[in-house]
Structure formats: C-alpha cells, structure tokens
Design a protein around this ligand. Structure first.
Ligand code: NAD
Length: 289
C-alpha cells in the first residue's frame, strides 16, 4: 500500500491561519511582530528563500525588512547591522541567511543576535536550552519536521528514530527534539558504517544530507515515517534525499519535496516571530504593573 503523504502545504495553511490570528491580536495591542532578514551576497538559492520569507510575512501580517548587503561586507559591518536590529523595537526576530560568504565568521555573527530575537534558534543560548530540554526558541526546520511527525498520530514513546545528518541547524536539533519525545535516537553521518543497517531499524527516518536519491526503498522499514529534509536540484528540478516514488511504496508516511518540510520551515519561522512578539508584549505588560 502506498504511504500517506504528509502535506506541508496543507499543514501550513492551517497553521498560518492560526498565526495570522495571533499576529492580528498583537497588532491590535500595538505590537505588530517584525522580522528582519539579512542577506549577504547574491546567492540565487538564498534570494529565493528570502523572497519566500517575505511572502510568508505578508501572508500573516508580519512586518518584514530584508537587508541586502554586498558580497564583500566586512564582519564589523555585518555585526553593526545586527546590533542596530537588536535595538530596533519594531523588530522581534532577526535572521541571518546562511551560508554567509566564506570570509565571514558565521558563529560570531549568530552570537551577536539577542537570544530573544533569534527566531532561527541557532544562538548558543537557544541551542543549549534545547539540549537541556528547557523552553527556548526551537530551530525552524526540526520544529516543522516534528510537527509533521506528530500529525501521523503515532505514539512516539520508545520508537526508533534515525536521523541522517549531524548539522547544527538540522540533524543535531532534530535529535534533541526526538529525544525529548522519548524516541531512541541514532544520528548517522558521512562516516557512519553500514548506513542501511541503521535506517532499516527506523520507525522514524529523517534524511538531512543534501544528496538526491540517498535513501532507497530497501533502506526503509515497512510502515516507517519518512521525513525528507534534503533540497537538491537535479536537471533543474527540486527533489529531496529520498527516492520518493520507490520509498512511498514501503513507508507508512512520507513528506514530498517540494511541498514538505521546506514549506513548514517558513511557517515555523513565522510562528517563532509571533511568539517572540508575544513574549515582548508579556514583558511590557509585566513592567507596567
Ligand atoms: P550540511 O551539509 O551541514 O550537513 C549534511 C550532513 O550530511 C552532514 O552531517 C554529513 O555528515 C552528512 N552526510 C553527508 N554525506 C553523507 C552520507 N553519504 N551518508 C550519511 N550522511 C552523510 O547540511 P544541512 O544544512 O544539515 O542540510 C542538509 C540538507 O537539508 C540540504 O539538502 C539542505 O539544503 C536541506 N535543508 C532543508 C531545509 C528545509 O527547510 N527543507 C532547511 C535546512 C536544510
């Protein structure tokens, strides 16, 4: 039997209606959420992501600012821009579009963002909170992926979750979130031996590598939840890391690419921005008491 499709577009529609309601309520109280995106250089893929973020903001009523800086921007200039946005009361979320040009220090730049304005969840404080199982800003892609996994309705307690990829922005935070859900988590990576032996045990399989066709049908446990985070371009067409057509005949649930995790990532960014404004409003209300 063919797998059920976890439709990121459909989930996003429902979620964005809810976010738009929250944004409306905040705006009526004088706290319209604001998101600033800094893009350094002119990477065409990054340009598309930034445009999608602008469109998402417009859809739910979030004020958005895109700051485009030239390829040869210095570290000082980038950090000065972040400081300016840290101090701007109209901005509740700051996102530095990655990757940055090679001469720039990504970690140092991300560390400059105030943790409460770090809507990507990449700041060490937020990453640390997630590691400790404390409340903080959750990274958008793993947060969106977990939302989709939850929509299957399966009990996650004790399930075997296998993640392929160990990046700080997807693989590692995904592992933390699934651990929090009481899964038994295995993280595979480029040096993992016998990848298929691990993946075949997975009740939940998350692929976050960036290699088209990496996950084939024989690597998937029948009935598994397969979450494809990968974004690849093959012959001008966007596809994930999973051989979708073959794997959907084995898996119980599967996310498509496009229309899967990518759509959810932006929706989670909008939610994180609304949440940041809600936290700010609560602080202001508390201070007035
Ligand atoms: P990355 O390059 O930082 O990490 C890739 C990981 O894959 C590494 O940990 C590496 O060890 C592992 N890897 C490489 N080759 C492997 C192999 N043969 N077997 C097993 N593991 C292997 O990438 P990233 O930033 O984590 O992104 C991963 C993919 O997800 C990319 O395609 C990226 O475009 C995509 N992505 C999608 C979204 C989204 O919203 N859908 C968000 C972020 C990243």
């Amino acid at each position: 039997m063919s797998a059920q499709i976890l439709d990121g577009k459909k989930f996003s529609e429902t979620l964005r209606k809810d976010i738009a309601g929250r944004v409306g309520a905040l705006t009526r109280q004088g706290m319209q959420p604001g998101l600033a995106v800094i893009l350094v250089g002119n990477d065409p893929a990054s340009e598309i992501y930034v445009r999608n973020k602008e469109n998402g903001c417009a859809e739910v009523g979030i004020h958005s600012e895109s700051i485009r800086m030239p390829e040869n921007t210095s570290q000082e200039a980038l950090e000065a821009e972040i400081e300016r946005l840290n101090a701007d009361d109209r901005i509740h979320g700051i996102l530095v579009q990655l990757p940055l040009p090679a001469h720039l220090d990504e970690s140092a730049a991300l560390a400059k963002i105030l943790p409460e304005k770090d809507v990507d969840g990449f700041h060490l404080i937020n990453a640390g909170r997630m590691m400790n199982g404390e409340k903080g800003v959750e990274a958008c892609t793993p947060k969106g992926a977990l939302y989709m996994i939850r929509q299957t309705g399966i009990d996650l307690n004790g399930k075997d979750a296998v993640i392929i990829g160990r990046s700080n922005i997807v693989g590692k935070p995904m592992a933390m979130l699934l651990l929090r859900e009481n899964c038994t988590v295995t993280v595979c990576h480029s040096r993992t031996r016998n990848l298929a032996e691990h993946t075949r045990r997975a009740d939940i399989l998350v692929a976050a590598v960036g290699r088209a066709g990496l996950v084939t049908a024989d690597m998937v446990k029948p009935g598994a939840v397969v979450i494809d985070v990968g974004i690849n371009r093959v012959n001008g067409k966007v596809c994930g890391d999973v051989d979708f057509e073959a794997v959907k005949e084995v898996a119980g649930w599967i996310t498509p690419v496009p229309g899967g995790v990518g759509k959810m990532t932006i929706t989670m960014l909008l939610e994180n921005t609304a949440e940041a404004a809600e936290r700010k409003l609560a602080l202001c209300t508390e201070a007035r008491k």
